[in-house]
Design a binder for this molecule. Structure first.
Ligand SMILES: Cc1cc2nc3c(=O)[nH]c(=O)nc-3n(C[C@H](O)[C@H](O)[C@H](O)COP(=O)(O)OP(=O)(O)OC[C@H]3O[C@@H](n4cnc5c(N)ncnc54)[C@H](O)[C@@H]3O)c2cc1C
Length: 329
């Protein structure tokens, strides 16, 4: 591992001292970044620890709920506001990693964790995301875990965060502190599709510090389900996940928010599924028809074609579970 310096920032120094060169990086819980450094995938010369800059905590505001970027995943799961009004977020977080990792990992770091693509994580192989222009062996190689939506000839790595899938369904915004003030970016616009520059993953600029995520009031308090399908029951990223939040009034769907994980190069909202639900009376046929729309636009490889029916079935199961919850209200 390359030698590096370490500095712990507080609220004041964070504003003055920014990770604004390619050679330095913020670190929060360190659960992803340190692994990347150990494996030689990331090699910053300076680590700026942002875990004590005072961005932790959950606040219920008039127009929505703010979760500080420095909030540990465990604390977010156990927060009463998150549990009561953002159960989709709580469920996605509880399905992430392990208790030990959740005790260290933060909301901001979770959104910026890097992909689990085998080639990205193996420095002995080419990878356009790790080393631009070197190639993408996943296209024809071992791609069982890779994306069926949003890929390009240069990259088909999936986005790994469960939290981001729940938040994209809820129209969340990422609050970013940058040199010239605060900025809010819709999570749906925060991540970049790989195109021919898969190494550029977000619209953050050098030095940008994530301070919070914000979920607008309209997306809070909905019945929801985060269904995560994976190779083993815990301590594993998703093969396919479905995030569903619905409101049903007098048997008719009045709000529908659906997204999927494990399938896209970015957290993947499914507006076609939502369109087939909104304004409809809920019955088994409507739910099935809506779930089938999840497969629109998929581009599977032979190794991951199984994800197409898995996605449709996951969405169908999550929709049915939430519809049952709503109808029982
Ligand atoms: C064994 C294991 C299993 C896991 N399983 C899952 C899973 O099932 N689902 C899932 O979603 N995740 C999973 N994870 C990933 C885990 O959730 C992330 O590693 C963690 O959330 C990252 O948070 P962190 O605070 O440790 O980030 P760090 O490792 O400290 O940082 C990650 C990145 O975020 C940047 N960063 C951190 N905070 C900020 C900030 N405030 N502003 C700007 N940049 C920032 C860092 O510079 C770095 O690039 C797993 C991890 C492990 C080790």
């Amino acid at each position: 591992m390359r030698a590096f310096t370490y500095e712990r920032l507080d609220g004041d120094s964070a504003a003055r001292r920014r990770a604004d060169t390619t050679d330095s990086a913020y670190v929060a819980g360190g659960t992803d970044l340190l692994q990347l450094m150990q494996e030689g995938i990331a090699a910053p010369r300076a680590l700026l620890d942002v875990s004590r800059v005072g961005t932790d905590g959950v606040t219920a505001e008039l127009d929505g709920i703010r979760i500080g970027a420095g909030t540990r995943l465990t604390d977010a799961i156990e927060d009463p506001t998150v549990a009561a009004r953002l159960p989709l977020v709580a469920e996605a977080l509880a399905a992430s990693a392990s208790p030990q990792v959740r005790n260290m990992a933060t909301i901001g770091g979770n959104l910026l964790q890097r992909t689990r693509c085998l080639y990205f994580r193996d420095v002995t192989t080419p990878c356009n995301k790790r080393e631009p222009g070197s190639g993408c062996p996943a296209q024809a190689g071992e791609n069982r875990l890779n994306a069926i939506l949003g890929g390009s000839a240069h990259c088909i790595a999936t986005h790994a965060s469960d939290l981001a899938v729940a938040l994209v369904a809820l129209d969340a915004e990422v609050i970013v502190e940058r040199r010239n003030g605060e900025r809010s970016i819709r999570l749906a616009d925060f991540y970049r599709l790989p195109g021919d520059t898969p190494h550029r993953e977000t619209h953050l600029e050098p030095g940008d510090l994530i301070t919070a995520v914000f979920v607008p009031i309209a997306a809070t308090g909905l019945s929801s389900r985060y269904l995560k399908l994976r190779d083993r029951a815990s301590f594993e990223w998703s093969l396919v996940s479905a995030a569903v939040a619905l409101k049903i009034d007098d048997g008719e769907v009045t709000a529908a928010r659906v997204a999927a994980g494990g399938v896209g190069t970015v957290p993947w909202r499914l507006p076609m599924v939502e369109d087939r639900l909104l304004g409809r009376t809920i019955d088994v046929a409507t739910l099935q028809l809506a779930a089938e729309a999840a497969a629109e636009g998929v581009d599977p490889r032979p190794g991951n074609a199984f994800k197409v029916p898995l996605l449709v079935n996951a969405v169908a199961r999550a929709l049915a579970a939430v519809a049952d919850q709503e109808l029982a209200r």
